[in-house]
Design a protein around this ligand. Structure first.
Ligand code: ADP
Ligand code: 5GP
Length: 211
């Protein structure tokens, strides 16, 4: 079956648990997935490291990357730029890894347009109340920023139906396994296995000729 990796976009409201989910998925299946590290102009949160959560760069540096076409996509999100560096993604897909981009909806739709085989996944908490609870509980943003992220979530909810699958992050372990199963299933989609289908058709024709 197909050996090339699948490009997977994971979006979801800020605070839905995407980061937590990705960390667990990658630690459980390190040989299957590669997580793209984005560039951003926002400041690091406590505990975040340059080159691990993000490449934290200046607006000037970000604009240079745009000019040199070094980003697959980029978007502005609540006053900052975020973008996906091209090189790493292409290299890992060629190595056969399923590459995950954890990006917001504008970026997701741009990636889907440029690469129509992209699998789009949307992570949501079980309820809006739980979302607020997680954002407040994370304790990394002021109430003002939390409010703008909740407002943004209202807009993002309008785009949920552009995604291929919804993943409800209620129990974390269940959620990890559900996402992994979706990706495994995706590898079996016929359009991802054209080389395999071509080969088996040719072999069947050859067998028919021999009889
Ligand atoms: P995101 O990356 O989507 O902004 P995070 O991964 O930072 O979200 O998670 C937001 C908060 O919710 C964190 O404090 C995290 O520990 C918590 N969280 C994540 N997943 C779950 C879950 N399944 N159940 C309860 N809390 C969760
Ligand atoms: P945060 O500041 O909470 O880390 O991220 C804010 C939002 O930016 C999240 O929705 C996250 O998914 C999104 N994001 C992170 N990296 C990228 C990127 O490279 N491109 C785009 N378009 N969005 C991104």
């Amino acid at each position: 079956m197909n050996k090339k990796g699948i490009l997977i976009v994971v979006s979801g409201f800020s605070g839905s648990g995407k980061g937590t989910l990705m960390k667990k998925l990658l630690s459980r299946y390190p040989d299957t997935y590669a997580l793209s590290i984005s560039a951003t102009t926002r400041s690091p949160r406590e505990g975040e490291e340059h080159g691990r959560e993000y490449f934290f760069i200046s607006k000037d540096e970000f604009e240079k990357m745009i000019a040199k076409d070094e980003l697959i996509e980029y978007a502005r999100y609540v006053e900052n730029y975020y973008g996906t560096p091209r090189k790493y993604v292409e290299q890992k897909l060629d190595e056969g890894k399923d590459v995950i981009l954890e990006i917001e909806i504008q970026g997701a739709l741009k990636v889907k347009k440029a690469f129509p085989d992209t699998l789009l996944l949307f992570v949501t908490p079980p309820s809006a109340t739980e979302l607020k609870k997680r954002l407040v509980g994370r304790g990394t943003e002021t109430m003002d920023v939390i409010k703008s992220r909740l407002d943004r979530a209202c807009e993002e909810a309008e785009g949920m139906d552009s995604y291929d699958y919804l993943i409800v992050n209620d129990d974390l372990d269940t959620c990890v396994e559900e996402m992994h199963e979706i990706v495994r299933g995706e590898h079996h989609r016929s359009f991802r296995n054209e080389a395999f289908m071509k080969k088996i058709k040719e072999d069947l024709e050859r067998l028919k000729g021999e009889n």
